[in-house]
Ligand binder design. Structure first.
Ligand code: ZN
Length: 205
């Protein structure tokens, strides 16, 4: 894990980032989030989370790059991000609780897993990006009902899939290669396959 301040890095070429959107009630940016020190300690602690450990084990087995190089504590405009070649960013200015760090880390590690294990994954392809977002939002517990209640989305029945769709759409439409309508179409097109693809888990954790 690199405890570097990542806010100043400007990539030379266009990178497609699978950014995690910070939704209104989930965003701590207005209050500045936690200190970089606390955040780095929180990332260190998140590395011991059973789901994170499991993902690491599976990625190592598949020959993927794992930390320390993969994960960065950063300051950025979203909650977190993953980019091919650049790895995972946890955006400390958006983090308030350990639980949020765990969740963002798991979400971004699913993208890292997909990037490594998925054959010829192309982040410029809206369907590929949509698939990874569906999986990341589903498998990270981003849409657990307790989190949805905190965000002010109170509908319980069917909420989980609505939430995964909503959050996947927010990310895919931010992809410069995908318009709003192509993002929507891509999510619908790959939904069944990608929602039911829970690798490396037997079922959604
Ligand atoms: Zn994502």
């Amino acid at each position: 894990m690199a405890a570097e301040h990542g806010g100043g890095d400007k990539p030379a070429d266009v990178r497609v980032e699978a950014g995690s959107s910070a939704e209104p009630r989930g965003a701590a940016a207005a209050t500045g989030g936690m200190s970089q020190e606390d955040c780095v300690a929180g990332i260190r602690s998140a590395l011991q989370h059973p789901t994170v450990r499991f993902l690491r084990e599976r990625m190592e087995k598949a020959g993927c790059q794992v930390w320390p190089r993969l994960i960065q504590a950063a300051t950025c405009s979203t909650a977190g991000g993953y980019a091919s070649g650049a790895g995972v960013k946890v955006c400390c200015n958006h983090m308030r609780f350990q639980d949020e760090i765990n969740q963002v880390l798991i979400h971004e590690l699913i993208h890292a897993y997909d990037d490594c294990v998925g054959k010829n994954l192309d982040w410029k392809n809206c369907a590929h990006h949509a698939c990874s977002e569906i999986r990341a939002n589903h498998l990270s517990g981003d849409c657990h009902y307790k989190r949805e209640l905190l965000r002010g989305f109170m509908k319980i029945r069917g909420h989980e899939q609505d939430c995964v769709k909503r959050r996947a759409l927010m990310s895919v439409r931010n992809n410069p290669y995908c318009s709003e309508s192509s993002a929507k179409d891509a999510i619908e097109a790959v939904w069944d396959i990608c929602y039911n693809d829970t690798r490396p888990f037997d079922r959604a954790p």
